[in-house]
Design a protein around this ligand. Structure first.
Ligand code: SAM
Length: 231
């Protein structure tokens, strides 16, 4: 079976958190990513989240409702986000065509592989450049080549073909070449089953250690690629 990302996430939405965000390893990774976002200054001012899904970022950040807007193409994922975070604003939008004014946000984030669903990544980069105010910062995560063999998309245990594109560290960074202070990072090297049995703080320490070693020395050996920069 083959489904568009929108249809796949509409169908998976009610089970998404339990499937992908429910265990303590996912909690440790969310905490690590939130810390990296803060260190990159991407939680400042008006924060736009592209492909926010069920709003997992809000469970770990301290961004006040008035400063946050979450956007996603899937009505199903947004329904879950609104149910969990009723004080926050969300809007259904393709990240390649944002219904927002020019230069209206100070920080833009796109987390946990979402950027890999961009059919035209250049169009998403152009939208980021348009909506970020001068000096605004972005933090974008894509799925690295190492994840190409994982059966990430499943419905009721059956693998589903969903178009996405893995991006190597260099390839991801090159897409953002018009921005300043570009920095690549990479996280998640050890396969999840190796770390899943660790208590949360140890899993977080292991993921941090990987980011500071493999992530810097051999980023393409990691499952998640990150690029940050300034408009
Ligand atoms: C792996 S989920 C990640 C969700 C969330 N960022 C998180 O960390 O849990 C990928 C998300 O990308 C969204 N998505 C896929 N294609 C999109 C597009 N063209 N525009 C906006 N969102 C999109 C999906 O609907 C889904 O919510």
């Amino acid at each position: 079976m083959s489904l568009s990302p929108q249809t796949f996430y509409d169908r998976v939405a009610p089970l998404y958190d339990a499937t992908y965000n429910g265990d303590r390893l996912a909690g440790a990774e969310n905490a690590l990513v939130t810390a990296l976002i803060r260190a990159a200054g991407c939680d400042r001012g008006r924060v736009l989240e592209l492909a926010c899904g069920t709003g997992a970022y809000l469970e770990h950040s301290v961004t006040a409702p008035a400063r946050y807007l979450g956007t996603d193409i899937s009505a199903g994922m947004l329904r879950e986000a609104r149910r969990k975070h009723p004080a926050y604003r969300f809007c259904q939008a393709d990240f390649a065509a944002l219904p927002l004014r020019d230069a209206c946000v100070d920080s833009a984030i796109c987390l946990f592989g979402s950027f890999s669903y961009a059919a035209r990544p250049e169009a998403v980069v152009a939208e980021l450049a348009r909506v970020l105010a001068p000096g605004g910062r972005f933090f974008v995560m894509a799925v690295g080549p190492r994840a190409a063999s994982l059966a990430v998309h499943q419905l009721d245990g059956t693998p589903v073909a969903v178009p996405w594109r893995t991006l190597g560290a260099r390839e991801l960074r090159d897409l953002f070449e018009g921005f300043r202070q570009l920095r690549g990072r990479a996280i998640r090297c050890a396969p999840d089953p190796l770390l899943r049995w660790l208590p949360g703080p140890l899993a977080l320490a292991a993921r941090r250690l990987e980011a500071l070693t493999v992530g810097l020395l051999a980023p393409d050996r990691c499952y998640s690629q990150i690029v940050t920069g300034v408009r």
